[in-house]
Design a protein. Sequence first.
Length: 272
Amino acid sequence: EAKPSDTREVFRSILRMGIPSMVGFAALHLYSVVDMYWVSRLGAEQVAGVAIFAAFYWVISSINMIAGAGSTAIIARRYGERNLPSTRTAIVEAFALKIATALAGSIVGYLLTPSIVRLLGASGEVERYAIEYGRIMFLGLVFNFPVWTVFTALRGIDEAKPAMWIMLASTLFNAVLNPFLIFGWGPFPALGVAGSAWASLIGFGLTTMIGLILFFGGAFRVRLTWESVRAASRRTMWQMMKIGMPTGVSAMSFSMARMISSVASHSSLNLR
């Protein structure tokens, strides 16, 4: 039977991990809100292009959840066992898996973007903006997927607060950079809708690189080493995929349903 002191300790642990994670992930999800806020200053067609692309983007991005759920489970388990060498290797394997899945997702997404946005009802200038914004975002998957590993790995090794601060800093950087690239403030060219996508890509890229530098520099409880890179194996990466498959398939199904609903809505409007 659990003692009251044990219950309080579990509750404190949940709050210690849960609150920073909640704040951090809430901030990170503001990326799309910030993008839309600045893009709305350009015009209705630009907003429509970004919004239409988003339905397709979430379908491809669901691949990230397949790798993410499995990697989180294995990293946390290795750290809970106090097996630091295996924890280091699991973190490296998670980064490698995310990069591999991101490359596959970016190729598929980049090639299918024109066809999908037309299927979703985009045409004319809206179609052009959706493709322009979307293809840059798919190129950025190679940074978008790994950046989530920075956060999930930190939570897996009981470093929720540093993960929160990195998330907040990343979101703030994106919010500041957006208008400079969209409207051409200062020395930057005015890139319009593409500028918003580039701001997100740069934000994800810098956050990923900073996270890796901090991991290899020993800023956290688990320090990555080149030995852990050499010890990475495809077998564990495949295990991560198998563990995360139900979560990822569920997320992809939901995203597909939302995209199909969007197609049906546009078709209904076109018939009237």
